[in-house]
Design a protein around this ligand. Structure first.
Ligand SMILES: CC(C)(COP(=O)(O)OP(=O)(O)OC[C@H]1O[C@@H](n2cnc3c(N)ncnc32)[C@H](O)[C@@H]1OP(=O)(O)O)[C@@H](O)C(=O)NCCC(=O)NCCS
Length: 219
């Protein structure tokens, strides 16, 4: 049985984008695309050159994410269109921009803001399904404060929030983190890494699980 949500591409894209926008601070621009075969065509030559060869499905997801991100850069009036891949797989945004990209099997999402508004941001998307058993044991840390998290989807939400927090903290200190390095307090809406990065976190559980993590710029 397919686990994919029913509906048109435009409908599900709009629903995911609205859910993501509902989590985001007003300075953040957001976008979503249903991944399609051939989306690797949207990778710019310099982006392609920055990436090691990947299998076609992964390249389509990456192309879909970059396609959204290019549009976000236009909306932020950034003239440099390319988002190269760094040595750790991290997206390297043009000067003056912070952003993040994620994909699950069906959808790609991207978020971006000017760096004078946000210091860093991370995003994740996951199917709205319970986390596989083997992952459940490794995601939670004793320091997590889960509040009244949905018992069915809670593990997957925690997983997504930690991935978003990792993507937001990596550009700040270059530290590769495990799940045990990120403590999430859902009541405060905050994640703290073992290297001292403190991030605001938000999530939605429908139509996909979406998570963002960010830290504001000091003004
Ligand atoms: C970053 C990471 C968590 C992404 O997870 P994923 O399930 O493979 O894939 P997602 O779709 O959620 O995200 C992929 C995107 O993350 C971004 N990304 C990858 N490494 C990143 C990093 N170090 N910092 C910020 N963003 C990163 C990329 O834009 C990538 O998309 P692209 O390859 O199309 O550009 C994973 O690749 C990774 O580096 N893991 C090592 C550390 C880890 O797993 N720790 C436990 C979680 S805290």
């Amino acid at each position: 049985m397919s686990t994919r949500p029913q509906g048109t591409s435009a409908g599900i894209e709009r629903a995911v984008e609205q859910a993501l926008a509902g989590l985001a601070p007003s300075c953040l621009v957001v976008g979503c695309r249903r991944i399609q075969a051939g989306d690797e065509q949207y990778l710019l030559p310099e982006e392609n050159a920055s990436m090691a060869t990947r299998e076609p499905g992964a390249r389509a997801a990456t192309g879909a994410g970059r396609h959204i991100a290019h549009e976000l850069l236009r909306r932020l009036e950034c003239r440099e269109p390319a988002i190269l891949r760094g040595q750790s797989g991290n997206p390297v945004w043009p000067a003056g921009i912070v952003g993040s990209i994620a994909h699950d099997d069906e959808m790609a999402v991207a978020v971006a803001a000017r760096s004078d508004a946000l210091k860093s941001v991370g995003v994740d998307i996951e199917p709205a399904l319970p986390l596989p058993h083997d992952l459940r044991a490794v995601v939670a840390a004793p320091e997590d404060r889960l509040g009244d998290l949905d018992p069915n989807l809670g593990d997957r939400i925690l997983f997504a929030v930690k991935e978003a927090a990792y993507k937001a903290s990596f550009p700040l200190d270059g530290r590769v983190l495990g799940f045990e390095d990120i403590a999430v307090d859902f009541e405060k809406g905050e994640a703290v890494t073992s290297f001292g990065q403190r991030l605001t976190v938000r999530f939605a559980a429908s139509p996909h699980i979406l998570a963002i993590a960010y830290t504001a710029s000091e003004r």
